[in-house]
Design a protein around this ligand. Structure first.
Ligand SMILES: Cc1cc2nc3c(=O)[nH]c(=O)nc-3n(C[C@H](O)[C@H](O)[C@H](O)COP(=O)(O)OP(=O)(O)OC[C@H]3O[C@@H](n4cnc5c(N)ncnc54)[C@H](O)[C@@H]3O)c2cc1C
Length: 375
């Protein structure tokens, strides 16, 4: 075998897992399609956010909260290893509600989330949040727009710079001697001699285990090893302003100021992957909501607008599984690869190295999509 593990996909999920596997002493290669690919890792909003996640799936809430709490360790260890500061700030996050109806819906949704069975488990930080009325929101965020109805605040939420996180992983991988192969689109995977042969145009490599971490590319790769990774189209658009004087020390669900001063305004959700280019009507809605939230943005110049495609399963929860037909082949697909980076780097690799995913992750098996239709 050329490697212990080949990770297919060098996006945020792939590099997080590869770094963790390397720390477990595994010999790793990462194969990536290259810059032609649609990459969520380079176009996301950068929230490290768990408070609103997991309605309908308490295990996802617990997994997100654990990762959010583990982020301190991830940021510190990456910085110690590479000198790269991921810009992680965990001063709490505000889910801003522009109208009374939005606020009521937010309160009801948080109450349903908190009341779910199985929300707590030993070692998982509790779900903590506060409901803030208009006056209290204004007291904590004095520059907020006058018509903002209120907010939900959670102390565990925060944000980071996803590009620096990505660069940190890549630098660490290089220093660790992990082999990173760009321009290696995997087109075939065969199970051979108790391991796997991974191949593309003019090349092939062997490993004892493989991890499919190819984002939306996983759908095509999974059947090659008896897995299924269904994904639903979801497009997101983000506006970035010029650098402004610091005015916002906390992340909010759709607006944050980076440590470099730029303000990120996002993010739309459209059920399509048809248009890569930003669309005017979406930009207008994002800008209008941002101005209602922080009127001081009226004078800010937008310097960039982009659109990208999320990696989202039909129910929005991740897929973590090992192939039953071809043990040693793992698939990982998820939204929130920034939030979950800490678990992907610090928790999951130990399980992949040991050859078995923990019972806690069984709820994320893709068999949940294979329910026979009622007759
Ligand atoms: C607009 C937007 C906003 C977001 N905001 C947040 C946020 O605030 N917080 C958060 O936690 N998450 C956020 N996300 C989600 C986050 O960006 C993704 O969960 C994460 O980047 C997914 O990483 P990935 O590695 O699975 O996919 P990708 O980054 O898409 O990487 C997949 C990689 O696989 C490679 N590949 C594909 N097919 C093959 C093949 N056959 N062979 C070899 N390589 C292949 C590609 O080259 C690519 O590099 C957002 C996403 C979007 C689009």
């Amino acid at each position: 075998m050329d490697y212990d593990v080949i990770v297919i996909g060098g996006g945020l999920v792939g590099v997080s897992i590869a770094w963790g596997l390397s720390r477990c002493g595994q010999r790793i290669a990462i194969l990536d399609e290259g810059d032609v690919a649609n990459r969520a890792a380079r176009a996301n909003f950068g929230l490290v956010w768990s408070s609103s996640k997991g309605l309908g799936n308490a295990a996802y809430s617990r997994w997100s909260r654990t990762s959010t709490a583990n982020w301190h360790r991830l940021a510190a260890e990456l910085k110690a290893e590479t000198g790269i500061d991921t810009g992680f700030v965990q001063s709490g996050g505000f889910s801003i509600r522009l109208t009374p109806t939005e606020l009521e819906r937010g309160i009801a949704s948080m109450a349903r989330l908190a009341d779910q069975q199985g929300m707590d488990a030993e070692g998982t930080p509790p779900l903590e949040y506060e409901i803030l009325d208009q006056a209290e929101t204004r007291r904590r965020l004095p520059l907020i727009g006058e018509t903002v109805a209120g907010a939900i605040f959670s102390p565990l939420d925060g944000h980071a710079n996803p590009l620096r996180l990505f660069a940190g992983f890549h630098k660490a991988l290089q220093q660790r001697g992990v082999h990173y192969f760009p321009h290696r689109k995997t087109t075939a995977i065969r199970h051979r001699a108790g391991g796997f042969e991974v191949a593309g145009e003019g090349w092939r490599l062997g490993a004892g285990k493989i991890v499919l971490a190819a984002g939306i590319g996983n759908t095509a790769l999974a059947p090659m090893v008896g897995l299924s990774v269904p994904l639903s189209p979801s497009r997101g658009q983000i506006i970035v302003t010029e650098r402004l004087k610091p005015f916002l020390s906390h992340a909010t669900g759709y607006l944050r100021q980076t440590d470099e001063g730029s303000v990120l305004i996002g993010e739309s959700k459209e059920a399509t992957i048809d248009h890569q280019r930003p669309r005017g009507p979406i930009t207008a809605v994002l800008a209008e909501r941002a101005l209602r939230t922080f009127p001081l943005l009226r004078d800010a110049r937008a310097v960039r607008i982009w659109a990208a495609f999320r990696v989202v399963t039909p129910d929005g929860y991740p897929i973590y599984e090992q192939s039953e037909r071809f043990p040693g082949a793992f698939a990982v697909a998820c939204h929130s690869g920034v939030t979950l980076a800490a678990n992907h780097a610090l928790v999951l690799p130990r399980q992949i190295s040991a050859g078995a995913l923990s019972e806690d992750l069984s709820v994320f098996h893709s068999r949940r999509f294979h329910v026979p239709a009622a007759v």
